[in-house]
Design a protein around this ligand. Structure first.
Ligand code: SF4
Length: 171
């Protein structure tokens, strides 16, 4: 994008692609979906103390068709896999996935037959947030990392793609 005031009248030059990415990065709509204790920290995102509205990511949606960010908050049991996959497939494109917490990213302490050992085995994860549970600040940092990726023109398909990174060194 570039701004100019030549001739006394300020105007903005950009491309449709850049404008679209600008709108997408500043209006992430998360899906309302909590799986375990991490979901409590995820809910705190929209409280006045953390105020995810500052980053345009406060509009949690009840329908996957109106959401473009899935925050997997908590351990993923095998019996939930078909449900999570269906919700992901129903989300609008482009869409992104955040793996929140040790359990979602690796199974955490639940190394047993009932728990998926990392949600990236079933979904393409864009950003990982470590911690048990991660703090809301760490989740906000992950949202910002994701927004930077979107601004750079990250993958727009549901296919497997490289992760944007791991945020929140201490969770
Ligand atoms: S990472 Fe910790 S807080 Fe999050 S779901 Fe697992 S046990 Fe619960």
């Amino acid at each position: 994008m570039a701004m100019s005031d030549e001739g006394g009248m300020p105007f903005l030059l950009t491309s449709l692609d850049q404008m679209t990415r600008w709108a997408q990065r500043n209006s992430l709509w998360p899906l309302t979906m909590g799986l375990a204790c991490c979901a409590i920290e995820m809910m705190a995102l929209v409280t006045p103390r953390f105020d995810s509205a500052r980053f345009g990511a406060e509009v949690f949606r009840g329908s996957p068709r109106q959401a473009d960010l899935m925050i997997v908050s908590g351990r993923v049991c095998h019996k939930m896999v078909p449900v999570i996959r269906q919700l992901f497939e129903q989300m609008a494109e482009p869409k992104w996935v955040m793996s929140m917490g040790a359990c979602a990213s690796s199974g955490g302490t639940f190394n047993n037959y009932a728990v998926v050992q990392g949600v990236d085995q079933i979904l393409p994860v864009d950003v990982y947030v470590p911690g048990c549970p991660p703090t809301p600040e760490a989740v906000l940092q992950a949202i910002v990392a994701l927004q930077e990726r979107i601004a750079r023109g990250g993958a727009r398909t549901a296919g497997r793609r490289p992760a944007a990174g791991v945020v929140g060194a201490r969770g």
